[in-house]
Each structure stands twice: as structure tokens, then as C-alpha cells.
Design a protein. Structure first.
Length: 154
């Protein structure tokens, strides 16, 4: 049952459900310790699929846990990155590469869009962009405000 529940989850590993990732959340649901409505990235459709699999009442996802957003990925604003490695440490799926005091980059196919790197960045140089959207930001006056807005919506 855990495997089937885990496959229904979006695998963002964001922690908005209150667990350290999708697998621990699936395990808690299988044990009857967590509701089907804790996953904002899965949205209402995800909650319905989980309810159907578990044979429980369908509920909308709990909006107090976060907003359901379209798929997105992190983007490091190159000119603002100081190479502190805090984003690398925050990424639960190792989708960010770089070295100390050098610019970091996000490997798009590995990024789940969890946005855990955004609050970890001390210079607000990480923005979340729609999957398949603009992939290069060379620095602009709005960069810090974009990152600040992204951080405030988490």
C-alpha cells in the first residue's frame, strides 16, 4: 500500500504535508496516521486519488498548508549568486550543483519545484519559474523583489 500511495504523490519532497518527504507521508497514510488532504502540490486531484485508493471520504486538499501551483523549477540568478552553498544543503533531491564561492546552477530534470532553496539563500538570488519557462536571468532590478515575493509565498 505504501508504494501505491507514494506513486500517487507528486514527489516534490517539499515537506508541506508535515513530513520529511513524500515517502514518509505515504507511510503515515498507510498506517492511518495522516489524512489524504495534506499535499498542496498534489492539489484536489491528488487528494481525490489518495482517497479512492484508501477507500476513504474525498476531501479537498488543506489550503492552510500552501497553495497548489503549476509545476515550477528553481532558477539561480547568476550575477547575484555568492556561492555560499546554502541552497545545495537545502535541496532534498540534489538538483543544485556548484562549489563554495562559485556560482550554482539547478539541474532542471532533477528539480521538483519544492522551493526549499529559496528561503535558504541569503542573497535572494533564487526564483521559481514555470516548468519550461524562462531559464536565464542575468540580473535585473527586479530580481531581489522576485525572490522576496517567491519566498513570501512559501
Amino acid at each position: 500500500m505504501v508504494e501505491r500511495l507514494d506513486r500517487l504523490l507528486p514527489q516534490t519532497q517539499c515537506g508541506q504535508c508535515g513530513y520529511d518527504g513524500c515517502r514518509p507521508y505515504a507511510e503515515a497514510m498507510a498506517r492511518g496516521e495522516a489524512g489524504i488532504d495534506h499535499c498542496p502540490p498534489g492539489g484536489d486531484a491528488g487528494a481525490r486519488a489518495l482517497a479512492k485508493l484508501l477507500g476513504v471520504e474525498t476531501l479537498p486538499y488543506d489550503r492552510s498548508r500552501g497553495e497548489h501551483l503549476s509545476p515550477r523549477v528553481a532558477l539561480v540568478v547568476e550575477v547575484d549568486c555568492i556561492g555560499c552553498t546554502k541552497c545545495i544543503q537545502a535541496c532534498p533531491v540534489d538538483a543544485i550543483v556548484g562549489a563554495s564561492k562559485l556560482m550554482h546552477v539547478v539541474i532542471d530534470p532533477l528539480c521538483t519545484g519544492c522551493a526549499l532553496c529559496v528561503p535558504a539563500c541569503p542573497v535572494d538570488c533564487i526564483v521559481m519559474v514555470p516548468l519550461g519557462g524562462r531559464r536565464s536571468v542575468q540580473g535585473c532590478a527586479g530580481t531581489a523583489s522576485q525572490a522576496s515575493h517567491t519566498r513570501s509565498t512559501l
